[in-house]
Design a protein around this ligand. Structure first.
Ligand SMILES: [Zn+2]
Length: 397
C-alpha cells in the first residue's frame, strides 16, 4: 500500500483548482504542481469537502439491508420504545451486522466520523455495545466511530439499567448517554445525578437526548446547564434534539442560548420537519456549536433516511430557510466542522497538516453539491481511497 497519494485538479472548498498531496494519512501539501505521490487521482476539477460528520445516529438497530418492515408504532415516545423492543425480538436485528451495513452506506456517501448512540437495557444488556464495538474494530481503517451508552428504554424506571451503563463505560464506550430526565424517568434530579456521576467517574463526555418540549424541556435544560457549571464540565456536554429551543418564548430561548454558550454545551439536530427545533443561525450567533445527525435510519423509529449527510445539509437548509449561498454553506458546516467540534475531532479540515479525511464530488459550487447530492463521490479516509466514484473500493459490511 502506497503511503502517498497525489490528488490532481481538485477544488478544495470550491476554490480554484489545485493539487493536494497526501502523505502518511495527512494533507502534506496543497498547490499546483505538488509532486511526490506514489499513486495519483485525477479529480477532473471536482470539489473537495472535509469528511462528513454524522454526529447523531443509532447504528445498532437499523433495518438496513433487511428488506422493508412495516411501520406500526403509535405517536407517543413510549409507543416507539415498546414497538422497538418487540421488533428487536421478532426480527433478529444483530448489532454487529446491522451497524456494519449502515456504516458501508454512510462511508460510500462520504461520512468519515460517526457518533452512534447504542441501546443498553435490561433486555438487550450489553449486546448492542459489544456488537458495535466489534464492527468498529473490524472497520477501523474506513470509519471512526464514537459509542454513546444509551438507555433508550429508560434508566431509573428499569432497575439494573444504570449498572449496565456503568459496565458499558468500563468496556470502552466513549460517551455517557441520557434521555428526557423529566418525562421518561420522571425523576430529573435522579437521572442527571446518575449520568453526570458516570461521566465524572469515567472522565467521559455526555450526550443527552432531550425531546421534551416547551417549559418542561427548558427546565431539564436549565438543570443540565447548572450541573455542567457546578462540575466544571464545560465543553464536555452535548444536548441532542433540544426541541424546547423551538418554543415561541423568544426571550426564554435567548437566555437558554446564552447559558449554553457560556457553559460550552453543544447541540445536535436532525433539522426535523415535524418537531420544533433550535434555529441554526440563532445558535451560531449566540456562539453555540450545533452539529447535524440523521438519528435513526430505517429503524423502528424512523422509516426514512439514506444515511446521507449531504441530504441532512439540505434538510438543515430547508428547516432554517437558508437560501443565500453563504447560509447554505453554513448548513454544510453543521454537517462537517460543527460535528467535528462536538466529537472533539483533532486536525479536522482541509488545511496542510489536517488528517486526510475528505470527499471529492462534482459541483460548480458547494451549494450546487448540497442540492444535487451527486452519487459520484470519492471518499478518502486517513489518506486512503475507501470509495471511488460512488463505489466502495472494498466490501466492508
Ligand atoms: Zn437519537
Amino acid at each position: 500500500m502506497s503511503d502517498t497519494l497525489l490528488i490532481r485538479n481538485v477544488r478544495p472548498a470550491g476554490g480554484a483548482a489545485t493539487d493536494v498531496l497526501v502523505r502518511d494519512g495527512r494533507i502534506a501539501a496543497i498547490g499546483a504542481g505538488a509532486t511526490g505521490g506514489d499513486a495519483s487521482f485525477d479529480a477532473g476539477g471536482r470539489l473537495m469537502i472535509p469528511g462528513l460528520v454524522e454526529a447523531h445516529t443509532h447504528l445498532d438497530k437499523s433495518f438496513w439491508g433487511m428488506g422493508w418492515h412495516k411501520h406500526t408504532a403509535g405517536p407517543a415516545l413510549i409507543d416507539k420504545i415498546e414497538t422497538e423492543r418487540r421488533n428487536r425480538r421478532e426480527f433478529g436485528i444483530e448489532p454487529d451486522r446491522q451497524s456494519g451495513r449502515l456504516v458501508a452506506q454512510m462511508v460510500k456517501l462520504g461520512t468519515t466520523h460517526i457518533r452512534s448512540h447504542v441501546d443498553v437495557d435490561t433486555e438487550v444488556g450489553l449486546a448492542g455495545v459489544e456488537g458495535v464495538m466489534a464492527m468498529r474494530e473490524r472497520l477501523k481503517d474506513v470509519i471512526d466511530v464514537e459509542i454513546v451508552a444509551f438507555a433508550q428504554s429508560g434508566m431509573l424506571i428499569r432497575p439494573g439499567t444504570l449498572e449496565l451503563l456503568d459496565q458499558a463505560m468500563a468496556m470502552g464506550a466513549d460517551v455517557v448517554g441520557g434521555l428526557d430526565p423529566c418525562t421518561l424517568d420522571r425523576d430529573p434530579k435522579g437521572h442527571l445525578d446518575a449520568i453526570f456521576g458516570l461521566a465524572e467517574t469515567y472522565g467521559r463526555p455526555l450526550d443527552i437526548h432531550l425531546h421534551e418540549r416547551g417549559e418542561v424541556g427548558a427546565f431539564s435544560m436549565e438543570l443540565i446547564i447548572e450541573r455542567t457549571r457546578a462540575l466544571g464540565m464545560q465543553g464536555k456536554v452535548a444536548i441532542s434534539h433540544a426541541f424546547c429551543l423551538g418554543m415561541p418564548d423568544a426571550d426564554h430561548v435567548r437566555r437558554l442560548m446564552e447559558d449554553l454558550a457560556r457553559e460550552r454545551i453543544a447541540l445536535v439536530t436532525t433539522a426535523p420537519a415535524s418537531s420544533p427545533a433550535p434555529s441554526v443561525m440563532a445558535c451560531l450567533k449566540a456562539g453555540v456549536v450545533i452539529a447535524g445527525g440523521s438519528d435513526g435510519v430505517r429503524d423502528s423509529w424512523n422509516p426514512y433516511g439514506m444515511g446521507d449527510m449531504l441530504e441532512r445539509a439540505t434538510l438543515v437548509g430547508l428547516r432554517n430557510n437558508f437560501r443565500r449561498d453563504e447560509e447554505m454553506e453554513l448548513a454544510l458546516d453543521v454537517c462537517t466542522y460543527q460535528g467535528a467540534k462536538v466529537m472533539g475531532i483533532e486536525n479536522y479540515g482541509l488545511e496542510v497538516g489536517c488528517t486526510a479525511d475528505f470527499v471529492i464530488l462534482p459541483g460548480e459550487t458547494i451549494c450546487e453539491a448540497i442540492v444535487e447530492r451527486p452519487a459520484d463521490r470519492t471518499v478518502v479516509k486517513r489518506g486512503r481511497i475507501v470509495a471511488r466514484h460512488g463505489e466502495l473500493t472494498q466490501p466492508i459490511a
